[in-house]
Ligand binder design. Sequence first.
Ligand code: FMN
Length: 353
Amino acid sequence: MPLVCLKDFEAHARERLSKSSWDFIEGVADEGITKDDNIAAFKKIRLRPRFLRDVSEVDTRTTVQGEEISAPICISPTAFHGIAWPDGEMSTARAAQAVGICYVTSTFSSCTLEDIVTSVPKGLRWFQLYVQSDWQLNKQLIQRVESLGFKALVITVDAPIIGKRREDIRNQFNLKKRLLLQDLRSPTERNSMPCTQSSSINASLCWNNLSWFQSITQLPIILKGILTKEDAELAVKHNVHGIIVSNHGGRQLDEVPASIDALSEVVAAVKGKIEVYLDGGVRTGTDVLKALALGAKCIFLGRPILWGLAYKGEDGVEEVLNILKNEFHASMSLAGCRSVAEINRDLIQFSKL
Ligand SMILES: Cc1cc2nc3c(=O)[nH]c(=O)nc-3n(C[C@H](O)[C@H](O)[C@H](O)COP(=O)(O)O)c2cc1C
């Protein structure tokens, strides 16, 4: 049977992956309230379509940080793609390039950044940083990323410590034993055994540190994990270039708002000064349409990319992206939007919210 929607890939991945790998990907913090809300909140929103607008040609293209992408659908950073497919991030990067969208590579990748860039020299890539306690290591990583042609630095702010993932504890899931943190090792260490260096996320990171990043890189800085107007205003004040409204897919602090519910507050606070993106719970073309109508410049996908990888590597990720892109194209046509610029708040039925 063909897989026709993102949910089909989820069901397939659940069957194919080992229980501990599935549980890691699916993983939530504490009771998983926020992860479920991420999906449910999209389904509470109703659309106001407009008709008789000649939708014989619909253009899904847009830009992020000035770079064109074929649709406002990009790939969130997720750790350890090697869990889902042998050559992991290299397959993901190839699929992203084939579809013409942006791939945010995680600090916790199973492949080195050099391997990813060699396998796909031209794709649009951003790098996600879990700021490390060792500032020298942060500097080396950022300089490497910049010289490798990554186009933005995404700093994850919602993970000063890792959320409590009950299933990983029950499964005694130990990533350090299974996979290398390749990019956190020196070039000589990268080829040596044993291979269990762990990362040390910097829990003392604060707003004042942002100027240090700005002093060592020309890359635009994007903060991932902002959920409130207060932090959005601070982000603008500290001259960052973008915000990803995100709750880490419900894997960090549980019982925070669904991403789509936090979006409007953040969009209003930044007053159009910087780009705002969203991830968390996007599973259909109408979800993408709703996020854009509420002010997101584009959305990012987390788990669905790993489901695609588990299905058929690069081809599976490409299928996931193309299915969502086609659904989004159809939703635009059915709602009367010929271009991404025509998607706005009038599409949302606020009386039902
Ligand atoms: C298996 C897995 C690993 C993740 N690893 C990272 C990571 O390394 N860095 C990061 O900033 N976010 C990470 N995230 C969070 C995602 O970037 C994203 O915020 C979330 O998955 C979006 O929700 P969705 O899965 O519903 O699309 C991870 C999420 C998952 C599911």
